[in-house]
Design a protein around this ligand. Structure first.
Ligand code: SAM
Length: 456
């Protein structure tokens, strides 16, 4: 979009006319990081000042992403340097914002949220990632888990039409992409909330969102009628795209079903990896989190995955220290992790997010208890992970070579089909290719090996 407006990208901050900060708010201190980063950039510019930039010698600073959506015009109040605030659904309206700046408006903002907002359609050739392409299939979320800010910052769930997703995947396959990732907050609810044709109007910024948080008002597939399920979408992308490796994230346990596993088993190009966050192991906590499933139901989904023809890696997310979490609740989380034996686990200490129901729960857990539980769970997962990774010793795995390792310039780095990092000595011109690697070593979060034969 920027190239269409005559801009080009620079890695030199002193050459930049515009600096856009993309932000995430799932965890704490996101807004603070924006201001700290702007100051860092300003200092960098002062040190290396070599050009007469706009009036004050500074580029235009813009903020996009969830912090932009949630903080909206408060960002202008807190930093005079910020001239543009672009909410999560405003990306496709970027040219209009830039035009306003060009016309001389001192500050521009677009934080409209609407069910009708268009998905950003990108030409395959305009992508900047060379070997892996990310395809958005759903945006927003209707789940309203009590801890999560996503429905407020990214709006209601919308599914992108299947034909457009399949066409995009095909175009990427034709361009030579070896791997695509289908992306969404909850990919499994693809199509379930339909494509909404009604008008929710301008939902404004976070401050106005208090009354749109009723999941019951979400339109259903029946109302919409022309959607396909996630399993069917996966089937189409696998069959029609010609892309050798297809991954997807994030799965939501309540909407994850055995049909997805059957489709994964049916197509070789669907990779052996599922990210299925449980968030907690105790039914009581799951209920207060409003996750919509029990521990038993979660385990049943895990059993279906483990029963697949393919050997599928399972990863997840867990929150420790959720308000009111007792020792018994936490032990249930420990035992769930031990039972599932995740190949990887992201552990988060609970932190209250503005406007979410859990932020108002009184019975918060002291920071030191959260830390202690975090470390215990981490220690358990490390032991499990070590075992899980050691299984690969002596095996040959397929790796997509994504680049040179940042830690060791003489090594290539890439991911397996089951999404594990593999490093190996640079052996041939293999960048962007699929290669077989014999695994000879195991670290806590990566595998090490040697290239076996030629590229796949
Ligand atoms: N949509 C996915 C789901 O609901 O399973 C994941 C979305 S979220 C972007 C990524 C992870 O951040 C969550 O799975 C959760 O573990 C963590 N997270 C979200 N809100 C949090 C909070 N208030 N405190 C701590 N961790 C949080």
């Amino acid at each position: 979009m920027f190239s269409g407006l005559g801009y080009s990208q620079t890695s030199e901050v002193n050459e930049a006319d515009l600096v856009l900060l993309n932000t995430c708010m799932v965890r704490e201190k996101a807004a603070r990081k924006v201001f700290a980063r702007i100051n860092e950039i300003k200092n960098e510019i002062k040190r290396g000042r070599s050009r007469p930039a706009s009036d004050n010698g500074l580029p235009v600073f813009g903020v996009m992403g969830c912090v932009a959506q949630a903080e909206a015009d408060r960002l202008f109040e807190r930093s005079r340097d910020i001239k543009m605030v672009m909410g999560t659904q405003a990306i496709s309206r970027l040219p209009a914002l830039m035009e306003q700046l060009d016309k001389g408006f001192s500050r521009v903002i677009d934080v409209r949220l609407s069910k009708e907002s268009e998905f950003l359609e990108l030409e395959a050739s305009s992508r900047q990632t060379k070997h892996i392409a990310y395809i958005t299939i759903t945006e927003g979320c209707n789940k309203f888990c009590s801890f999560c800010i996503v429905p407020f910052t990214r709006g209601r769930e919308r599914s992108r039409p299947a034909d457009r997703i399949v066409d995009e995947a095909k175009a990427l396959g034709e361009q030579g992409y070896q791997e695509v990732h289908l992306l969404g907050q909850n990919v499994n609810s693809y199509g379930l909330s339909g494509r909404y044709h009604g008008n929710l109007g301008n939902l404004g910024n976070l401050g106005n969102l208090g009354n749109v948080g009723n999941p019951a008002s979400a339109p259903s597939a029946q109302e919409d009628g022309d959607e396909i399920t996630f399993a069917k979408l996966l089937d189409r992308v696998a069959a029609e795209s010609g892309v050798p490796r297809i991954k997807y994230t994030t799965s939501y346990p309540r909407d994850f079903d055995e049909e997805i596993v059957r489709v994964m088993d049916a197509h070789e190009n669907l990779c052996e990896w599922i990210h299925l966050p449980a968030q907690a192991g105790s039914d009581r906590v799951l209920r207060v989190m409003r996750r919509g499933y029990t521990r038993r139901e979660y385990i049943e989904k895990i059993e279906a995955i483990k029963g697949a023809r393919k050997e599928i890696s399972i990863t997840g997310d867990m929150i420790v220290g959720f308000p009111g979490e007792t020792d018994d609740d936490f032990n249930e989380t420990m035992s769930l992790v031990a039972e599932v034996e995740y190949d990887g686990l992201y552990i988060f200490k609970y932190s209250p997010r503005p406007r979410t129901p859990a932020a108002a729960y009184a019975d918060s857990i002291p920071e030191e208890v959260k830390t202690e539980r975090f470390l215990r769970l981490q220690e358990l997962q490390d032991r499990i992970q070590r075992r899980r990774y050691e299984r690969y010793l002596g095996r040959t795995v397929e790796v997509l070579v994504e680049g040179t390792s940042s830690r060791s310039p003489s090594d290539y780095t890439g991911h397996t089909r089951c999404n594990k990092v593999v490093n190996f000595p640079i052996a041939a011109e293999a960048l962007g290719k699929l290669v077989n690697v014999d695994i000879t070593g195991v670290k806590s979060h990566s595998l090490y090996g040697e290239m076996a034969g030629d590229c796949v």
